[in-house]
Design a protein around this ligand. Structure first.
Ligand SMILES: *Cc1c(COP(=O)(O)O)cnc(C)c1O
Length: 329
């Protein structure tokens, strides 16, 4: 049976990755505070190395490999930010990395991963098809597969974000957490609730293809169709044989909220015009949910703004007020 992940694992992850990640700022949002009527803060992981929080888990997992595993290299499948983070973490540790991804991944993200020094392999139109390529590299070359969310070291690494938030703002009442595979929510909720059991953790996803919320409703891991969305980093399934994140999200999240494409665009726009932040759609879902009035009684709220990796020409269209619908393009 697998060992449960504990606060101790998160504390040890923090030691492991210290010096490899940025302790990101927690920034007050005057405009959201005015609008909501209670204090709202942004935990700015868009300023993390590689442009997203994913480096926390990836760095922890790579640094914890045995010398033999490091010598054979790591392989991952990714919608973008995780690939970038794994590539960066591997290069820093002197480890070979191969990143496999589907054709749906936007070009700016592919280029970003290549720029971190990883080898890229593109195959198929879903993460599951890219996964087959990963399995081949593991079988044929003895490389270690590090999955993007369903892994104890990844979850513990993401949990370090929760530690930082509670140290920066111990009085936080509500955490708004973008949700895809659930590694972030699992790590952050485990950590935050170990320190303050009364804290409320809300998982936020897009209406277009949210695998975790659908799976929780169905009571088991359930595949959903991947659709073009402004929250592209939240796409993908949770894995048929999910080990950790399905149960942890079921146990630890207090609520789940879905936002539509117009609300996500509104979140991106508000982050830019009101808070001077470039935030990708997936990182803006918390702002979107708050602005759309979807969070009841938020109290003192921390919005995890998780990444900045958006195609800048798309960003420009959105902040210029265009009604972007990626499904129609
Ligand atoms: C991956 C990602 C998430 C969601 O993380 P999970 O652990 O898969 O739930 C949220 N925001 C951004 C920017 C991401 O890249």
């Amino acid at each position: 049976m697998k060992e449960p992940i504990t606060l101790g694992d998160v504390l040890s992850a923090r030691k492991t990755i210290s010096g490899h990640v940025i302790h990101t700022p927690l920034r007050p949002s005057a405009s959201l505070t005015d609008r909501i009527g209670s204090p709202v803060w942004l935990k700015c992981e868009q300023h993390q190395y590689t442009g997203s929080f994913k480096l926390r888990g990836a760095a922890n997992a790579v640094l914890k490999l045995s010398p033999e595993q490091k010598q054979k290299g790591v392989v991952g499948v990714s919608t973008g930010n995780y690939g970038r983070a794994l590539a960066y973490a591997a290069r820093n540790a002197g480890v070979r990395a191969v990143i496999c991804m589907s054709e749906l991944v936007p070009k700016n993200k592919v280029d970003g991963i290549r720029a971190q020094g990883a080898e890229i392999c593109i195959s198929g139109t879903s993460q599951d098809e890219a996964q087959k390529e990963v399995d081949r590299l593991v079988a044929e070359q003895g490389m270690t597969m590090l999955p993007p969310f369903d892994h104890a070291d990844i979850i513990a690494g993401q949990g370090t974000l929760g530690l930082e938030v509670l140290e920066q703002l111990p009085e936080a009442n509500t955490l708004l957490v973008p949700l895809s595979g659930g590694g972030l929510l699992a790590g952050v909720a485990l950590t935050a609730k170990s320190i303050n059991p009364a804290i409320r953790v809300v998982g936020i996803s897009m209406e277009r293809g949210c695998a975790m919320i659908t799976s929780l409703q169905e009571g088991k891991p359930t595949a959903v169709k991947e659709l073009p969305t402004l929250a592209d980093s939240l796409g993908g399934g949770i894995g048929e044989n999910n080990q950790y994140t399905f149960d942890m999200c079921a146990d630890l999240a207090d609520d789940f909220v879905l936002v539509n494409e117009a609300q996500i665009a509104d979140g991106i726009r508000a982050a830019y015009h009101d808070d001077q932040q470039v935030i990708e759609g997936s990182g803006a879902v918390g702002i979107a949910a708050l602005r759309a009035g979807l969070i009841d009684n938020p109290g003192t709220t921390v919005v995890l703004t998780t990444g900045c990796n958006i195609d800048m020409s798309l960003h420009k269209r959105i902040i210029g007020g265009e009604d972007v619908d990626l499904m129609a393009e």
